[in-house]
Design a protein around this ligand. Structure first.
Ligand code: HAM
Length: 437
């Protein structure tokens, strides 16, 4: 006999099973509620795009684009494997690039006011899997596009993020902010940094040595213990910002204080994507080990132009849903989520029609109801109700059908009531309103 292959999810991907999926739905719905209260609307984007879109926006030299993308030739435009780079498509490693592409493609710059969009869904990066780091992971992101780069916009986006985190009980977090300057002041700073790094090159690891030439800012990101003392002595960008960037950053901090948002300055927060200018920010959560960034974002004025669109300012962020939920789970600060409300324990075939009818009415009233399709012994029935975590068992025997009064048993404490159909619906509905708010 040949042995059957046991299929397993591909490394770095995973299944989100119930009851976790209920937690995920609640988390995503809470984001929708909070973001829509800030007048953001959802954009649904494709899962794959032309590879060059990511190369142009995220940056060809970044780890994400140079090492981590799942790219393949698009067979509908090229019949053989000789497709050039223009024909390559990639699973999206992030969604800011797609949002910019959609903004340009649909002429959204002509819309009134700022365009405020949010998205949620899977992203793909071929990273080394570990706790909190997956190859298919999920983000919830938000972007604001328009003509203004007022610090109030940055502050509102950050306030919305913090409001959402506190709504879902993700409270053991720290928000770090920085300004990485713009095209007027950053080039000089990068040169200064490069010159200083060259002086200490032989004390740095291979990655940092390479980055001195390719992207010296990323050296500031290094977590390697031996490099920390050297990095601490490097020139800080905050001392090399032009007047406009300095003022923008100072105003942002004033705005955050006005809105009651706590933050910490972190001059080493440079981010791993190329499109940022001025404001950058990240939220770090406790209890996640090394993969502890639950959100990253920043301003990206000029990105739309870089992709062939009109001059546009932009800012946004993306939350790592997997990590944020992991952090909530580890804190034990879990919400009370809806489960199975009623298990219908019907006994005797003559009660079945009543059970079906009543189940339908309870479901229409918004309750979650389990109706066994086959007759079960009373004891077995209540046992199963218990195991499924039902809050109530609705007992329907021939007596109940005859009198029109049904027994509702609360499984937590075995409290029992006899109720008419009308009373039953009233009772369960008001009880649900109370427990589910
Ligand atoms: P990012 O920092 O690359 O930024 O990703 C944002 C968040 O996605 C991270 O803080 C992390 O929580 C989560 N994340 C990233 N990679 C993984 C992974 N392999 N496994 C699990 N979670 C992960 C961006 O993607 C930008 N597009 C954010 C942005 C939007 N900036 C402006 N607008």
């Amino acid at each position: 006999m040949t042995e059957q292959k046991q299929f397993r999810a591909i490394k770095g991907t995973r299944d989100i099973l119930p009851p976790d999926s209920t937690l995920w739905n609640w988390f995503e719905q809470s984001a929708r509620d909070v973001f829509e209260s800030y007048n953001f609307r959802e954009i649904r984007l494709p899962i794959f795009e032309e590879t060059s879109l990511f190369a142009r926006s995220v940056g060809g030299e970044t780890d994400i684009v140079s090492k981590e993308m799942y790219s393949f030739p698009d067979r509908s435009t090229s019949s053989d494997a000789t497709a050039d780079a223009g024909d390559l498509i990639s699973l999206r490693p992030e969604a800011t690039a797609s949002t910019m592409r959609a903004y340009i493609e649909h002429g959204m710059h002509a819309l009134p006011g700022n365009v405020k969009l949010y998205y949620m869904g899977p992203m793909f990066r071929r990273e080394r899997p570990q706790k909190g780091r997956y190859r298919q992971f999920y983000q919830i992101g938000a972007e604001v596009l328009g003509q203004s780069d007022a610090p109030a916009i940055d502050a509102e986006v950050i306030e919305m993020l913090v409001t959402f985190f506190s709504r879902v009980g993700l409270t053991r977090t720290t928000l770090y902010i920085n300004s990485i300057g713009d095209k007027n002041c950053r080039p000089q700073y990068v040169e200064l940094l490069r010159a200083e790094l060259r002086k200490v090159k032989d004390q740095l690891g291979a990655d940092s040595q390479r980055r001195i030439e390719t992207n010296p800012l990323r050296v500031l990101d290094s977590k390697i213990p031996q490099e920390q003392e050297i990095i601490a002595k490097l020139p800080k960008i905050s001392e090399h910002l032009c007047d406009a960037c300095r003022e923008h950053f100072a105003k942002l901090k004033e705005e955050l204080k006005l809105r009651g948002v706590n933050f910490q300055d972190n001059w080493r927060l440079v981010r791993g994507l190329d499109y940022y200018t001025r404001t950058t920010f990240e939220v770090i959560a406790e209890g996640l080990g090394s993969q502890n960034a639950v959100c990253g974002g920043g301003r990206y004025d000029g990105l739309v132009e870089l992709l062939g669109g009109p001059p546009t300012k932009g800012i946004g962020f993306a939350i790592g849903t997997d990590r944020a939920i992991l952090s909530i789970q580890e804190s034990g600060n879990l919400p009370k989520l809806p489960g199975l409300d009623v298990f219908v324990a019907w006994m005797g075939l003559e009660t079945y029609a009543t059970a079906v009818g009543l189940t339908k009415k309870l479901r229409e009233a918004g309750l979650s109801v389990e109706l066994p399709g086959e007759e079960m012994k009373f004891k077995k029935s209540l046992n199963l109700a218990d195991k499924l975590g039902a809050r109530y068992a609705l007992i329907i025997g021939s007596d109940e059908v005859a009198t029109g009064r049904f027994t509702l048993k609360r499984l937590a404490d075995a409290d029992q009531k006899k109720l008419s159909e009308y009373e039953l619906l009233e009772y369960l509905e008001s009880e649900r309103r109370g427990t589910r708010g």
